[in-house]
Design a protein around this ligand. Structure first.
Ligand SMILES: Cc1cc2nc3c(=O)[nH]c(=O)nc-3n(C[C@H](O)[C@H](O)[C@H](O)COP(=O)(O)OP(=O)(O)OC[C@H]3O[C@@H](n4cnc5c(N)ncnc54)[C@H](O)[C@@H]3O)c2cc1C
Length: 1002
């Protein structure tokens, strides 16, 4: 799917001068009413709060710091912590905002409560602006207050992403309780509010808004069938109760990745017999999405087909920044319009579409923008639609003047009331603060006087016509390949087809390739599917010592002409290989799923990384091929340039069977070396595919040989060969250290000192600070520990949790563990697959037994019988607590889904434990203290440090990957400088002075 870079403006409503006049008049009328009846709102609040908002709008850096402080505050349990964070985030500004804090801060060291109390109260006050209360009783009070002034209400229970079944159960109970309490209260009230009556009579007075992310932790957008089943299970009781008490249930719309699922859930659950007529339902659609029109048309078509009247709440959308950032980060098309008037113009277009179908899709316009509302009113008037046949919606604590103006003009208005505790409410509060201070927003423009009335009411299509077209950014020399978006049905279908295609072509024989010749008459070794070991994916020819010798010969023969091939031509081979991989992505994914047991998204990431290695190293070689001036000196030309080392061997592991093998092979190749490629035994069929791709991409014969073999014979022969100049190795510590030692011995006939690029294992730790955001930290820890069954060298195996948060973290972490799906990687939602082979399974199970002896087994997945009897190499994900730094399971690399949890008294202790490992590969910290994050940068000594995110998933160029100590030699795969491992630098100085003159350009 690609979106036009142009705005697609032609599709918006054309400017109609007559209509414009009417919209402006309506807008003026609303604005005049708003001016005449000012309501106390956030912009009119006096004192510290007004100052905060004002500064946030003036100073983007301050705004970030302030909102981050607001975000962390509820997680801080002691006054001292509050003071520390206040100082770290806001420094002297804290006093400027609130001079009353001055004395308190001066005495903070002795009496932190003097500061913490007022600060908490101030933020709570801010939250109360947007949150209608904490309890159902608060809610009932608010509902009655609203009803008195004519407002209808929709209820939103705060508490968004749930990460365990227990949390989802609790949320469900809260929803049911609210339905009961509010229904009972409403029954006591006699008259409905003005806005609770439509043209056809009373509407449901009880209206509940739900977010699907709060319904179940079991949402895996790549596996919608499973997710739908889990969601429906939790939603049915809500709909049932709503039907009983006559409530309307509205589905909020969240981030784009949940959109398809939300729509599918909405339609499919309402098709169930029980819910065909009741309860009344609505759904939010976001006009800032480019595909909103298509969704709205489909939804209207569905509603007509099902004969099911619905309400559509049209919003612009609350996640604009998030969607833009995430899509850019992933290299996916940005799903939202890029310019604000585009969202406005789309909204106006969809307003008309809704009015034209108001008989089946009752319109609800959720906007605080006067122009947007005025436009809707005029369009309704043009169509002769009764003002009571549609409604406006606005958020609690915002746009009160607009609500009252709309009521005064005879329109129905519903207030969206968020209720709940402050802690889960912070995400909501920060979203509201952002909305109020957004540069692009209507509210800010109106309240700061940044826009004239004329501008406030301007037609967005006119605004677009006057705006400068968006600038096209210059293309960078390298761009990461985008992973497949499996939330798209078409992608899932392609993957399923590729898997089925491969399943029917298993068992092929893959020969050796030496000097361009395919050698078929060797012993063939089967390579099996770890999920179904009886299934042979393919057979690979096992190379002998003589084959190894022949490959060395062939490489030396091919060496001179390959070295002489221009760097750009060598790089072009890699670019072609990348294109071939991209074109075969789904069949390569399928192969990785079957031969390496990689879950869908992991397999797809592996292929992306392989593509990235080709393109990145190609661009790096082009850069290095330009001689670099070492110093600009008159009369002398001084440059450094590079020459290849010679002949090498690439030795790759099975865990990134395509990506790492590709990286280790193409880096030396593009640098002008000849290479013998030795894939891992368990994934040699993938290696054979890579050989085919590189050959097809144009590698001349002999430059690369394909030599699958056993380490004990042909492999050992190459390790000790005098005519090998370098090894590009990734694998276990034992093999790596052995290779390092062997390569260190200089043999008779050896020309060069051998270079070993050596990347080995890790014992990676994630530290959870006392102020960590657990909504983020728990899922990140789960994914880092259990994703791909913990078989990444970057995987998390030591969770170091600080004392102050230990109880809260462990409770949520252990509760969330069972939500991680274990199973066959051919099933799209699987996260934990079987491990690679029986030997790995045995070793990991052995460590689990060891763990039971030295620590406490806190949780272990119960594998279903079907998996146990499948013969697949499954290992149940396992968590140990009460672990100590000296325990075997805390020190040794396990390479499986096993996590050891340690409890640290302080960051000092946590960092000391991190650094006490033999390894230094990846590590991470979850903290919202700028001071702690700064310390981690200095003190957590690992090759790849990740702050406030998971610790796996390095991306080429963005995260150059590799560690030190027993993790490796400090080289960084996928980073600048990596190619230099396979090159010798040469400096060339030429005297350019001839009889006293030099060439002009000098
Ligand atoms: C009752 C109610 C219910 C809501 N429910 C939901 C919901 O379920 N899901 C949801 O996502 N939101 C929901 N919202 C939030 C809503 O999306 C925002 O409040 C709304 O987008 C603000 O729009 P506006 O018309 O009030 O203000 P305006 O200031 O006119 O518009 C601001 C909006 O423009 C868009 N925008 C900003 N910058 C750009 C840009 N550069 N390019 C393109 N577009 C841009 C964004 O959507 C931004 O929110 C709800 C709001 C209300 C009032």
């Amino acid at each position: 799917m690609t979106y036009p870079t142009d705005t697609g403006r032609a599709g918006f409503l054309p400017v109609d001068p007559q209509l414009e006049t009417a919209v402006r008049a309506e807008g003026e009328r609303l604005l005049a009413l708003m001016d005449a009846h000012p309501a106390p709102g956030i912009f009119s609040k006096k004192g510290a709060y007004a100052r905060l908002m004002e500064w946030s709008m003036k100073d983007a850096a301050f705004k970030t710091q302030l909102f981050r402080f607001v975000d962390v505050l509820p997680a801080l349990t002691s006054s001292a912590d509050i003071v520390r964070h206040l100082q770290e985030y806001l420094g002297d500004k804290a006093v400027e905002i609130n001079p009353a804090l001055k004395t308190g801060l001066a005495a903070a060291a002795f009496a932190p409560g003097l500061v913490a109390g007022p600060v908490k109260a101030q933020v709570a006050d801010m939250a109360r602006q947007f949150v209608a209360g904490e309890s159902p009783e608060d809610l009932v009070r608010q509902l009655r207050r609203n009803a008195k002034i004519g407002l209808a209400t929709t209820i939103d229970l705060l508490g968004e992403t749930v990460i365990s079944e227990a949390e989802a159960d609790a949320f469900l109970r809260r929803n049911l309780a609210v339905l009961d309490t509010v229904a009972a209260a409403i029954a006591e009230d006699s008259a409905p509010a003005f806005s609770d009556v439509g043209p056809g009579g009373p509407l449901p007075r009880l209206n509940l808004s739900v977010k699907i992310s709060a319904l179940t932790p079991d949402v895996h957008p790549a596996d919608p069938d499973h997710s739908l089943a889990a969601l429906k299970q939790r939603l049915r009781p809500v709909l049932r109760r709503a039907a009983e008490v006559g409530a309307c249930v509205n589905f909020d719309m969240e981030s784009y990745k949940l959109k398809e699922l939300t729509l599918a859930l909405f339609k499919s659950i309402l098709e169930e017999e029980e819910f065909r007529r009741k309860p009344e339902v609505g759904i939010a659609l976001q006009a800032y999405l480019r595909d909103c029109e298509r969704d709205l048309r489909e939804l209207i078509g569905w509603a007509r087909g099902a004969g099911r009247p619905i309400t559509v709440r049209l919003v612009k959308g609350a996640y604009w920044d998030y969607e833009t950032i995430i899509a850019r980060q992933r290299g996916w098309p940005v799903p939202v319009w890029s310019r604000k008037p585009e969202s406005d113009a789309n909204y106006e277009k969809l307003t008309c579409l809704l009015f034209d179908n108001a008989d089946i899709a009752a319109p609800a316009f959720a906007s605080h923008n006067v122009r947007t509302c005025a436009h809707a009113i005029v369009q309704a008037g043009r169509r002769g639609i009764d003002p009571r046949a549609y409604e406006f919606q606005a958020l609690y604590g915002m746009a009160d003047e607009l609500k009252s103006a709309l009521l005064r003009t005879g329109h129905r208005v519903r207030e969206y009331c968020a209720v709940g505790a402050l802690l889960p409410g912070m995400g909501y509060l920060v979203r509201r603060l952002l909305e109020n201070t957004s540069n692009e927003g209507f509210l800010r423009a109106r309240h700061t006087g940044a826009a004239t009335r004329e501008q406030l009411l301007r037609n967005p299509v006119e605004a677009l016509a006057q705006a400068a077209p968006p600038k096209a950014a210059a293309a960078p020399p390298f761009r990461n390949a985008a992973n497949t978006d499996f939330t798209l049905a078409a992608s899932r279908e392609r993957q399923r087809t590729a898997l089925a295609g491969l399943q029917s072509h298993l068992g092929r024989r893959w020969p050796l390739v030496i000097g361009g010749r395919r050698i078929t008459d060797r012993e063939y070794v089967p390579s099996v599917n770890p999920a179904h070991p009886e299934q042979v994916v393919g057979y690979w020819a096992r190379a002998t010592i003589a084959d190894a010798e022949a490959a060395v010969e062939a490489a030396h023969a091919a060496r001179p002409s390959w070295r002489a091939t221009p760097a750009d031509a060598r790089a072009a081979v890699l670019d072609r290989a990348a294109d071939l991989m991209e074109s075969r992505r789904f069949s390569l994914n399928a192969l990785l799923i079957l031969e390496a047991g990689k879950p869908w998204m992991e397999a797809d990431g592996d292929v992306s990384e392989a593509i990235d290695f080709c393109r990145f190293y190609a661009s790096e070689m082009r850069r290095l091929a330009r001689p670099e001036i070492t110093q600009a000196t008159p009369g002398e030309s001084c440059v450094q340039q590079w020459t290849p080392r010679g002949v090498g061997v690439s030795i790759a592991p099975w865990n990134f069977p395509l990506a790492i093998l590709t990286g280790l092979t193409v880096a030396p190749l593009v640098a002008g070396n000849c290479v013998i490629m030795k894939p891992a035994r368990q994934t040699s069929v993938i290696g054979a595919h890579l050989m085919e791709i590189l050959t097809e991409a144009g590698l001349p014969p002999g430059v690369l040989s394909f030599l699958p073999c056993f380490g004990s014979d042909a492999g050992a022969h190459l390790a000790a060969h005098p005519r090998i100049d370098f090894y590009a190795f990734t694998g276990s510590r034992a093999v790596g250290c052995g290779l390092w030692a062997t390569a260190g011995r200089t043999l008779p006939g050896q020309v060069n000192l051998k270079k070993v690029v050596c990347e080995m294992g890790g014992k990676n730790a994630l530290v959870i600070d006392n102020d960590a955001d657990l909504d983020e930290a728990v899922p990140a820890a789960l994914a880092s520990a259990f994703g791909y069954a913990g078989q990444k060298c970057s995987a998390l195996s030591r969770l170091i949790v600080l004392d102050g948060i230990y109880g809260r973290f462990i409770e949520r972490f252990l509760a969330a563990c069972p939500t991680v799906p274990v199973g066959d990687p051919a099933v799209p939602g699987t996260i934990v697959n079987p491990v690679i082979d029986a030997a790995a399974q045995k070793s990991i199970l052995g460590y689990i037994e060891q763990g039971k002896r030295e620590a406490t087994l806190a949780w272990q997945a119960a594998l279903p019988e079907a998996l146990l009897s499948s013969g697949g190499f499954y290992v149940p994900p396992t968590v140990f607590t009460e672990c100590r730094p000296e325990h075997v399971i805390v020190r040794e690399e396990i390479f499986g889904p096993v996590v050891s949890v340690l409890r640290a008294r302080s960051l000092d202790e946590a960092f000391a434990w991190v650094n006490a490992a033999d390894y230094a590969l990846t590590g991470g910290l979850f903290s919202r203290s700028p001071g702690a994050l700064a310390r981690a940068r200095e003190e957590m000594l690992v090759g790849n440090l990740y702050l406030n995110r998971g610790i796996t998933g390095a991306i080429v160029e963005r995260h150059p990957f590799g560690g030190f100590r027993m993790s490796g030699g400090g080289t960084k795969a996928g980073g600048r400088g990596y190619l230099e491992n396979f090159l010798f630098p040469r400096a060339i100085a030429e005297n350019t002075l001839r009889r006293g003159f030099t060439p002009e350009e000098e």
